[in-house]
Design a protein around this ligand. Structure first.
Ligand code: DAT
Ligand code: MG
Length: 151
């Protein structure tokens, strides 16, 4: 059984709300290995690329502004079925729905609403490969990545 990789991210509301350590504990308790991690303060260009599939949606401008509003922590998670299992652990997009339907999920515990939902997870193998490449494998000098001590 092959180990799978997914891209997880603690979004600006999760970082500023000091939920990073609690989320990393939940990640490890669920059996994931954190293969890599990196803080990012998204530029508008990288945010638009990251969320390109939503570019025609009404919430897109607000989404880009929110993602650029402060640092995020991107993580590469590894385990069998990492992609589906991480989506289960984060819960539905709308944090209120998460509280009603998946009270143990990360979005239920730490999310605010449909936008400030604390965490991201790749929704497919293809998305995981694309998102990991975007945040971890491209020429980082061309983009704005941060070290923890710059926070
Ligand atoms: P997910 O993050 O669960 O994969 P998505 O891919 O549909 O959800 O949307 C990406 C992000 O866009 C989501 O985490 C928050 C924002 N978003 C989605 N639907 C929204 C809505 N109805 N109002 C405001 N923001 C929304
Ligand atoms: Mg999505």
């Amino acid at each position: 059984n092959a180990v799978e990789r997914t891209l997880a991210m603690v979004k600006p509301d999760g970082v500023s709300g000091s939920h990073v350590e609690a989320i990393k504990t939940l990640i490890r308790d669920a059996g994931f290995t954190i293969a890599a991690e990196r803080y990012w303060h998204f530029s508008e260009a990288v945010a638009k690329e990251f969320y390109a599939e939503h570019s025609e949606r009404g919430f897109f401008p607000n989404l880009v502004e929110f993602i650029c509003s402060g640092p995020s922590l991107a993580l590469i998670l590894e385990k069998e079925h990492a992609i589906a299992d991480w989506r289960l652990l984060i819960g539905p997009t709308d944090s209120s729905r998460a509280r009603e339907e998946f009270p143990k999920s990360i979005r239920a515990k730490f999310g605010v609403d449909s936008q400030k939902n604390c965490v991201h997870g790749s929704d497919s193998r293809q998305a995981a490969i694309r998102e990991i490449a975007l945040l971890f494998e491209q020429d980082q000098t061309a983009k704005k990545s941060m070290q923890h001590d710059e926070l």
